[in-house]
Design a protein around this ligand. Structure first.
Ligand code: HEC
Ligand code: HEC
Length: 613
């Protein structure tokens, strides 16, 4: 046995001999996992709704299994070839046998399962629910939920401590990391982020040092015109108990001289604990680094590797020799030699399910490079990842503006809180403006917002519109079993002539505004922000999906739905002053239940049509 100079490396060698805690499949959430014997790789194909199983000896795709809408995390169970898949939009964890491709179990959860990890003997699975922010413990033997643990808003990243006693969970928007003790199911430690830490979707655990690594961005909402506001980071968490600052941020934009990278999506540590990788989904590259055993530098740059389109996952094989990257918009997994970083194999894992136009649009939406972005630090997806909001209120030139969820967008034009755009093609102004500083997608002149159409002037821009308009609205999880008694009472209040809610928020889309009949209303919110340039009237926003889009109103100043209803002086926003506290609660229950039916079918049935620009 060769003794390493650094202390933890010595420990690694001992652990290898004792075979403790070194190679563990699925102890860090990822869209990729490798079975503990190193034979199989699984990846979740979000757009295809499938999981692909690759045989690693031959790099041959063995099977592609339909699992449901928008699979995210995958994890092998213990040392078996059984696989757990978190299917985000079906609210379900699917268990399958990766050898036969057979689905063995479907376990329903409340909503939005994202990350999944397995304990070492495969007897427990832990799954984060993005909304409402919980961890569920699943007993895979019986296919049922054993415990539900509250973990704050929007839980995504999840990792199991090497001694299997604690879970580490990341909050997507606040950036906080929580430690949950598994014996007591209590939060026993935490590492809060700073206010602009954002989009922490994964946590990679180091198995020999007391460290965890979280890739994320920082969203500096106060930057003038948003210029230079988004930064890529990897934060290192000291997981051992201790005093003082136990969380350090390593910037990824100037990590290598002045080379700007953007949108870190996932990170990986090799099983031997010596290599560190982070994939950057905006600039399509990866930093390969060495783990440094000091609390000051943490990681040392080794090489920048150019990847395929929109890399979202990275994983190192148990033998530490091969690393795998998932290029989501190439629909491929690429194998690299960890020493030379040269390509060993490219494996097509699924076919493009989007069609050519939407794929082109999606690539541009995620790209932080020309022609859409000038200086590589931002993309549309930095603020609208997978069409969702970034949970932030930006200090835009026109005033405070809360980022909107793009779900159902094709039904709810006009665009923006102030209805200052009528087609997604108008985002050519954003692309060429100070925020993105791209060359632009139209050759020559751009038409004014709300002016003659920009549609038809650029195939690429039309593709961005086709993709942006493609985000569908899921049903509210609060209405899965129909409206509750409280929501029923709230519904009656909502449609009553006293409150007048439905006069503006008219079903089926819960808005009275459309491109041809643009209606703006002053509901008393325009004076709250002294910097406002376009108020005091705003486009009536749809209420479909408001259960998961806090904070509320154009300026994001209402933290909860209840605040929207009670901070209504002079009854300028519907009439709420006559309502009792219990009635306000009922009304909130109703709002949380939207949509309680398939909103798009209801809109079609009402004679409305989707907008294609
Ligand atoms: C810096 C963060 C940021 C970036 C980058 C960004 N957006 Fe937005 N987006 C926002 C904010 C904030 C709003 C709300 C703005 C408003 O209403 O005036 C918004 C609103 C939208 C809406 C309106 C949704 C609705 O329901 O009306 C669409 C569509 C949209 N963005 C698409 C894009 C596209 C396409 C790009 C890239 C070309 C992009 N965004 C880049 C933050 C961003
Ligand atoms: C006169 C038209 C009108 C009436 C009546 C009205 N609203 Fe609104 N509602 C709006 C407008 C306009 C906004 C956006 C205001 C802003 O962003 O500052 C809004 C915003 C909201 C929001 C925030 C949505 C979000 O995504 O942030 C909620 C929730 C809401 N309304 C619920 C209600 C309820 C419940 C009632 C009845 C008590 C009601 N509204 C009555 C026009 C109206």
């Amino acid at each position: 046995m060769i003794f390493m100079r650094t202390s933890w490396a010595g420990i690694v060698s001992c652990l290898v001999l004792l075979n403790i805690g070194v190679v563990v499949a699925g102890d860090t959430n990822s869209l990729l996992d490798i079975s503990r014997d190193g034979m199989l790789l699984a990846c979740a194909n979000r757009d295809s709704g499938t999981v692909t199983i690759v045989e690693l000896g031959t790099h041959i795709k063995r099977a592609e299994i339909a699992v449901g809408k928008h699979p995210e995390g995958v994890s092998f169970l213990g040392d078996s070839h059984r696989l757990a898949v978190a299917v985000y939009d079906d609210d379900r964890v699917v268990l399958l046998d990766a050898d036969t491709g057979a689905i063995t179990e479907r376990i329903d959860v409340f909503d939005e399962p994202y990350g999944v990890v397995s304990n070492r003997d495969g007897t427990r699975l832990y799954v984060t629910l993005d909304y409402p922010g919980q961890v569920v413990e699943i007993d895979p033997a019986v296919g049922s939920i054993a415990r539900t643990i509250e973990s704050g808003d929007f839980a995504r990243g999840i990792a199991l401590s090497p001694d299997q006693s604690r879970l580490f969970v990341t909050q997507y928007y606040s950036g906080a990391v929580l430690a949950i003790d598994l014996a007591s199911a209590k939060v026993v430690d935490q590492w809060p982020g700073i206010s602009n830490d954002n989009l922490v979707r994964q946590i990679a655990i180091h198995r020999q040092r007391d460290k965890a690594y979280i890739p994320h961005i920082r969203s500096r909402v106060t930057a003038v015109h948003g210029e230079g506001s988004i930064f890529p980071y990897v934060s290192v968490i000291d997981t051992a108990a201790g005093e003082g600052s136990r969380r350090k941020r390593i910037p990824m934009d100037a990590f290598l001289g002045n080379l700007v990278t953007s949108n870190p999506w996932e990170a990986a540590i090799s099983p031997d604990g010596r290599q560190f990788y982070v994939v950057l989904a905006g600039t399509d590259d990866m930093f390969a680094c060495d783990v440094v055993d000091d609390d000051y530098r943490e990681i040392a740059y080794r090489k920048l590797v150019k990847l395929g389109k929109n890399p979202r996952a990275v994983r190192v094989a148990p033998d530490n020799q091969t690393l795998y990257v998932y290029n989501a918009l190439d629909f491929s997994v690429v194998a690299y030699d960890t020493q030379s970083l040269s390509t060993k194999a490219t494996i097509a894992v699924t076919a493009n399910p989007l069609g050519e136009e939407k794929l082109r649009g999606k690539i541009l939406f995620y790209s932080a490079q020309q022609p859409i972005v000038g200086r590589r630090w931002i993309s549309c997806a930095s603020c609208h990842p997978d069409g969702q909001q970034d949970g932030r209120t930006w200090h835009n030139p026109e005033g405070l503006r809360n980022t909107q969820w793009l779900a159902g967008l094709a039904w709810t034009h006009p665009i923006h809180w102030s209805a200052d755009r009528d087609e997604v093609q108008d985002f050519e102004h954003t692309i060429r403006g100070p925020l993105m500083q791209g060359r632009g997608l139209i050759r020559g002149e751009v038409q004014k917002e709300l002016g003659p159409p920009n549609k038809g002037l650029s195939a690429d821009l039309d593709a961005v519109a086709a993709y942006t308009n493609s985000h569908e609205l899921p049903q509210s999880p609060h209405a899965k079993a129909g409206l509750s008694a409280a929501a029923q009472r709230g519904k009656t209040l909502f449609f009553s002539t006293q409150t007048k809610c439905a006069t503006c928020h008219a079903p089926p889309l819960f808005t009275d505004s459309a491109v041809k009949t643009m209606l703006m209303h002053d509901v008393g919110t325009g004076d709250d922000d002294p910097g406002e340039k376009l108020g005091p009237k705003y486009d009536t926003p749809t209420l479909l999906g408001v259960y998961r889009t806090a904070p509320y109103l154009h300026h994001g100043q209402a933290a909860t739905l209840k605040e929207v209803l009670v901070n209504n002086s002079g009854d300028r926003h519907g009439t709420t002053s006559h309502l009792s506290a219990a009635q306000i609660d009922d009304l909130v229950e109703f709002l949380k239940s939207l949509p309680y039916e398939d909103a798009e079918s209801a809109a079609s049935a009402a004679g409305l049509t989707k907008i294609d620009r």
